[in-house]
Design a protein around this ligand. Structure first.
Ligand code: HEC
Length: 288
């Protein structure tokens, strides 16, 4: 009897909890993060208590059939757990077993009889609470025009965009050819210049005029202009056998973005010894 009772309590509690979770759309992670979900825990506990009470009620009907000795033993057990019994009593307001005769209803089906108990306080107060919640809900959304889901969603998305932009500032290495943007910050450009002077001048010259590598100051590009193409070229290298190696093993994505931006700052300058145009004129618009 005892083990099946606990089994029932656990199953019932679980069902309620899953049902609640489904209703308010939570995941296991939210359970830890959102303190308001404690409400569902409380409901769960109450449910368990109440369910235990139902089982108790069924047992009580059998109680009368027990011998006096057995009845005594049960009473003693209850007195031992006095705070627990009191709490149950406060939440459910059931009549003590001795008085159950007074509220036993007249009908009986297959030996099952019904007690005419008062509505349990836990239920009544939940009901009042739901009325208050309904009034609050209605005034918030329908009288004071609170944000509905769509507005909330849009606000959260806008905030997320700000957060992502903020995050990217601190995580520059997340850039790749698809999301790289031309850097204009003087710090980035001076870092780019340093990289260019250590790794690139041998072939492109310090003013970008070009020697082994092509002229980087004109608007003609062999592999495509604009920050995305330049980023790709620096990171993946030029055509096979031309001498422009992939730099992604030596430079971090952030450094490639810096040096590529620096390379593009050569645009429109006049180097001392400009190498002849190579490739095609590249217009930013065409790529868009
Ligand atoms: C060993 C010589 C060499 C070095 C060092 C070198 N490059 Fe190059 N670079 C080349 C050559 C050669 C090409 C042409 C590749 C081709 O035609 O496919 C080129 C092409 C390029 C292009 C594409 C130009 C276009 O017209 O499309 C860019 C941008 C570039 N290099 C940037 C850099 C940067 C930045 C560095 C330093 C991190 C660097 N290069 C280092 C030789 C070099």
């Amino acid at each position: 009897m005892k083990s099946t009772r606990y089994f029932k309590i656990i199953i019932f509690g679980l069902l309620i909890f899953i049902g609640l979770g489904y209703l308010i759309d939570v995941t296991a992670l939210d359970l830890i993060q959102k303190p308001e979900l404690i409400i569902s825990f409380v409901v769960l506990i109450i449910t368990i208590l109440f369910n235990g009470k139902i089982v108790n009620n069924l047992r009580k009907i059998k109680f009368e059939k027990l011998t006096l000795e057995q009845q005594q033993a049960i009473k003693q057990h209850k007195e031992k757990n006095i705070w627990w019994t009191n709490l149950l009593q406060k939440l459910t307001k059931t009549k003590p077993i001795e008085e159950e005769k007074d509220i036993l209803m007249n009908h009986e089906y297959d030996g099952i009889r019904e007690l005419d108990n008062d509505l349990p306080p836990w239920w009544i107060y939940s009901f009042y609470a739901s009325i208050i919640a309904a009034i609050m809900y209605m005034s918030y959304y329908h009288i004071f025009d609170g944000d509905n889901q769509i507005v909330e969603f849009e606000k959260e998305m806008a905030q997320a965009k700000i957060d992502i932009a903020e995050y990217k500032k601190t995580a520059k290495n997340l850039v790749d050819a698809s999301n790289v943007a031309l850097l204009t910050d003087s710090k980035d450009l001076s870092k780019g210049k340093k990289i260019f002077e250590t790794s690139c001048v041998v072939c492109h010259l310090s003013d970008g005029g070009g020697s082994i590598g092509p002229n980087l100051t004109d608007e003609y590009w062999i592999l495509g202009g604009g920050i995305k193409n330049v980023f790709t070229t620096v990171s993946e290298g030029g055509r096979d056998g031309k001498g422009m190696i992939p730099w992604k093993s030596t430079l971090s994505p952030a450094e490639i973005a810096q040096v590529s931006s620096y390379v593009l700052s050569f645009q429109g300058t006049t180097p001392a010894k400009a190498k002849d145009h190579q490739g095609e004129i590249w217009l930013e618009k065409e790529a868009e």
